[in-house]
Design a protein. Structure first.
Length: 16
């Protein structure tokens, strides 16, 4: 699912 990918990428960005 694309949603999972978006969540992972978004979380990585917020981690910065």
């Amino acid at each position: 699912m694309a949603a999972a990918h978006v969540a992972i990428v978004h979380d990585k960005v917020l981690a910065q």
